[in-house]
Design a protein around this ligand. Structure first.
Ligand SMILES: Nc1ncnc2c1ncn2[C@@H]1O[C@H](COP(=O)(O)OP(=O)(O)OP(=O)(O)O)[C@@H](O)[C@H]1O
Ligand SMILES: [Mg+2]
Length: 173
């Protein structure tokens, strides 16, 4: 976090239903309460807007993250903190995001696949397990665990209220 005029990019990665959006919203509230500029980029939102032409092949997933990276980069250069939450299953593209964004904090939202299947907020695991979705991360598609994240948050072990404090401690230290 070297350049004070730049925003910080907080990049949440993890399996579907691991808790990225839940924690991202709490972090957004932290910045808003402090009257600090913040922008949220969420996979679900982006896939309905600038990435609506993309599917879930490796090529399309990579392109989705490439676009998200450049949005995060351009916005953070204007001084806004960015909260990006994307499954972003491949190390190569997370490295791409890291290399392009000046102040980059990778947050691994870690949760066992069993627990994610149990949560199944959108019913997509059920569909994937029935074979109705063929390229779902964690079922047919791989999720590569982050190699060197700044933070690892285990959402199957701790409540989100505790984990958001870990992020805030990291920011304020
Ligand atoms: N410690 C925790 N941290 C975050 N979420 C938790 C935690 N414990 C339970 N949950 C629950 O897990 C679910 C996670 O859903 P959420 O939409 O945040 O996941 P996601 O990673 O954004 O999924 P997707 O990739 O599909 O967008 C929520 O229902 C949330 O309340
Ligand atoms: Mg989400």
């Amino acid at each position: 976090m070297s350049d004070l005029k730049m925003g910080v990019v907080f990049w949440f990665t993890g399996l579907p239903c691991s808790g990225k959006t839940t924690l991202a919203k709490k972090l957004e509230k932290y910045f808003k309460d402090k009257r600090m500029p913040v922008n949220v980029l969420d996979g679900d939102t982006l896939r309905k807007s600038s990435s609506q032409d993309l599917g879930f092949s490796k090529k399309d997933r990579d392109e989705n993250i490439r676009r998200a990276t450049h949005l995060a980069k351009d916005l953070s250069r204007k001084g806004t903190n960015i909260i990006a939450s994307f499954v972003s299953p491949y190390n190569e593209m997370r490295l791409y995001a890291r290399e392009n964004c000046q102040n980059f904090v990778e947050i691994y939202v870690k949760c066992s696949i069993e627990k994610c299947i149990e949560r199944d907020v959108k019913g997509l695991y059920k569909k994937a397990l029935r074979g109705e979705i063929k390229d779902f991360t964690g079922i047919q598609d791989p999720y590569e665990e982050p190699l060197n994240p700044e933070l690892t948050l285990e959402t199957d072990k701790h409540p989100s209220e505790f984990l958001i404090k870990k992020i805030i401690n990291f920011i304020e230290k």
